[in-house]
Design a binder for this molecule. Structure first.
Ligand code: ARG
Length: 579
């Protein structure tokens, strides 16, 4: 059910009947004030301008042809030529009834599923996952879930950083530890620490840097024992990431890993193609693409190095290879990549070069979706008190323990197991929602108190709205699978709720096209707020409420509860029955 699409079709048909060209955009959108109707069609103004005619008169003609019988109970012209559409309560009630009977809540499945490759999370395995990878991981996962729910074909690609010269120093250090009978798992229990130790040796210990370089050469040359050591390192590091994925409730698995190293065999071929097609040229020993399309204001082309002068390949080379693999082996219709905004230039260069080289067909969409940084309360990049990077694992543990403290009184008499589960869902949910609800492209300030608050747009607020509905069901002592009678839309609160409930598909489509889960967060917050107002204004279990009204309101509650659960579920946030 997509009301906007439905109205767009109807208004479009009316525009054609009124003599307007078939490609006239009806421009229907939800209105933000109920007095202007539930939806507005604003397309007449643009059309009138083109035809140099009076927009109000044109709107009149369109309305005369507009058939919204049953759907709307009032249609009027406002201002210079807006068409305001007031949906009919009876029609809304029928749609709600249908949604409530449908597992998919009337969100339809894509008729022609697209093959969508989504590149997200992608931590660097040499180090521990830190807060910088939180955003990519959870924003990507929310978009993936929305795509799948709409019936698109998703291929997750975890483009892990598992290759590069830093592995020389890490492997040299690891081999020393193993030689001293240390177990790899113990040695690598803290990757951050391990990296620091190796770096100190690299900088200070005589001969170590040479050994590290030697390892790089051997690794690139495919030396078996060196590769085995590298595999061991990678494996343990992947395991660390998996623990985080589990804590975060994201859907990535080992099968989704397509690390940088997987592209190694293809890199020489990428360079060959670029040279043959004269896209890359030799410049001071390196292979470079000069991108005229991205020239600066002095006319100097953008410089994109694809092979270093010593012959080494780069992050850029791998991404060009990834374009080819995703386009032709994975058959992608659309490629989406989530990284922080500092990589925007890189992906622009990759896209332009890949299109020229034929690695990326014109009709394959390539969407780099940048995001802003997580900041501390001082407005500077988020760090530990001592100025180090914040490990994601520690941040998540802190979230859970803070939730535990916060809710200690409320849930004191629940079993220990239930208390732990609630704290986990609230704590992790709070971190995720706080991040997902921000406009993707802006930086945001990380704040424990706001994200864990039961007021405002937070996970706890939404989880609490869900819990309140469950307690109504319990109090009513009804079997929710057996509610009877029609849904009735009588009060303004019920009408506002009805329209909102039927907008889930519209919201998901916007989330999918713009890769902006914050729209779903807003939607759920608005839905929960409308529920709270409805709860105040429309008694359900009070004495004297007619049974048909009670049944109707319980069904509304049921659909709200399912929508909250589904919507939060698409963000990877769990609900609970009581708290
Ligand atoms: N590993 C990179 C980083 O941590 C992100 C990789 C994103 N994907 C890609 N195809 N380059 O910044």
């Amino acid at each position: 059910m997509n009301i906007r699409h439905l109205l767009n079709e109807k208004v479009s048909a009316a525009m054609v009947a009124a003599g307007l060209p078939a490609d006239t955009n009806p421009a229907v959108s939800g209105s933000n004030r109920p007095q202007f109707g539930d939806y507005q069609a604003n397309g007449v103004m643009g059309a009138a301008k083109k035809l140099k005619t009076n927009p109000r008169e044109l709107a009149q003609k369109v309305i005369a042809e507009l058939d919204l019988s049953e759907i709307a109970d009032q249609v009027e012209i406002a201002g210079p030529g807006f068409i305001n559409i007031h949906l009919s309560p009876a029609w809304l009630a029928t749609q709600l009834q249908l949604a409530n009977q449908d597992d998919r809540l009337s969100v339809s499945q894509s008729q022609q599923p697209k093959q969508v490759v989504v590149d997200y999370s992608a931590p660097n395995l040499a180090k521990e996952m830190h807060v910088g990878h939180l955003r990519s991981t959870i924003i990507g996962d929310a978009v993936v879930r929305a795509l799948e729910f709409r019936g698109e074909q998703v291929i997750r690609q975890n483009h892990m950083g598992d290759w590069g010269t830093q592995f020389g120093m890490l492997l040299a250090h690891l081999s020393d530890k193993l030689a001293h009978d240390e177990v790899a798992e113990t040695a690598l229990a803290d990757l951050e620490d391990f990296y620091r130790q190796a770096k100190v040796r690299f900088d200070e210990e005589q001969g170590f840097a040479d050994r590290a370089r030697d390892y790089v050469v051997k690794l690139q040359g495919g030396d078996a024992s060196c590769l085995a050591l590298w595999k061991l390192f990678i494996d343990i590091s992947i395991h660390h990431s998996e623990e985080i994925y589990q804590k975060l409730n994201v859907t990535l698995t080992r099968d989704d890993i397509m690390g940088e190293s997987a592209y190694n065999p293809d890199l020489p071929k990428v360079i060959d193609t670029l040279m043959e097609k004269n896209i890359a040229v030799e410049d001071q020993g390196a292979k470079v693409v000069f991108i005229e399309e991205m020239a600066n204001k002095d006319g100097d082309p953008s410089v994109f190095i694809v092979q270093k002068s010593g012959g080494g390949y780069l992050y850029a080379t791998t991404d060009l290879s990834a374009c080819r693999y995703r386009s032709f082996d994975l058959d992608a219709d659309r490629i989406i990549i989530f990284t922080d905004a500092r990589q925007a230039l890189h992906f622009k260069q990759v896209e332009i070069t890949a299109r020229k080289a034929g690695f990326l067909p014109q009709d394959t969409a390539y969407d780099h979706c940048p995001f802003g940084m997580m900041m501390g309360s001082d407005g500077k990049p988020f760090k530990t008190r001592s100025g180090g990077t914040v490990k994601l694992a520690e941040l998540l543990d802190e979230a859970v323990s803070r939730a535990q403290t916060l809710m200690a009184d409320k849930i004191a008499d629940f079993s220990e197991q239930e208390r732990d589960e609630i704290a986990r869902k609230v704590g992790i949910g709070a971190v995720k929602f706080a991040d997902l609800s921000k406009n993707r492209t802006s930086d945001y300030i990380f704040n424990w108190d706001t994200m864990l608050s039961f007021e405002g747009a937070t996970a706890p607020y939404l989880q609490y709205a869900y819990v309140r509905i469950q307690s109504i069901f319990k109090k009513a002592a009804v079997d929710t699978s057996n509610l009877t009678g029609d849904i009735l839309i009588a009060t303004p609160q019920e009408k506002a709720l009805a329209v909102k409930l039927l907008q889930l598909e519209e919201v998901l489509d916007a989330v999918i096209s713009e890769c902006t889960p914050n729209l779903l967060c807003n939607y759920l917050y608005e839905l929960a707020s409308l529920y709270m107002s409805f709860h105040e204004a429309c008694p359900i279990l009070k004495d004297g409420i007619a049974d048909n009204v009670k049944q109707s309101r319980l069904q509304l509650c049921q659909l709200i509860s399912k929508t909250l659960e589904q919507g939060l579920g698409l963000l990877g946030i769990e609900v609970m029955d009581r708290m």
